[in-house]
Design a protein around this ligand. Structure first.
Ligand code: AMP
Ligand code: ZN
Length: 117
């Protein structure tokens, strides 16, 4: 069922405390932690505690929680002292999604390379 923990999901295991991470922020509904393979000086992932396969599915089911993910991404950037940053939602393996639990990448801390957009 949407929102239920998935036994084979890496980020559900992180939510359950089964895999250690460097936590940056926590709320009742979200966790922000440092990406294990940082692509920029600041590279933090913000995830909802509940499981949805991607950000659009999260937004469709729980729009307030999707909004909180964005608010938290902004709080992460503020906490890191960066005004310029990028939020990325990879959706689908062909777009680079490797963990199928909704998350936003917060990247910044240096002049970021021009991307696709
Ligand atoms: P995506 O490719 O958009 O699905 O993003 C998944 C991200 O999770 C990648 O950037 C990985 O480096 C990151 N990642 C995978 N395992 C861990 C972990 N144990 N702790 C922190 N980040 C992780
Ligand atoms: Zn999950």
């Amino acid at each position: 069922m949407a929102g239920e923990p998935q036994s084979d999901c890496l980020f559900c295991k992180i939510v359950a405390g089964e895999i250690p991470t460097t936590v940056v922020r926590k709320t009742e509904d979200t966790i922000a932690f440092r990406d294990i393979h940082p692509q920029a000086p600041t590279h933090v992932l913000v995830i909802p505690r509940v499981h949805y396969p991607n950000a659009a599915a999260l937004a469709a089911a729980e729009p307030a929680l999707a909004a909180e993910l964005l608010t938290e991404a902004g709080e992460v950037a503020a906490g890191e002292g960066i005004a310029d940053y990028r939020m990325i939602f990879n959706t689908g393996a062909g777009a680079g999604q490797t963990v199928f639990h909704a998350h936003v990448h917060v990247l910044g801390g240096e002049p970021l390379r021009e991307g696709l957009v």
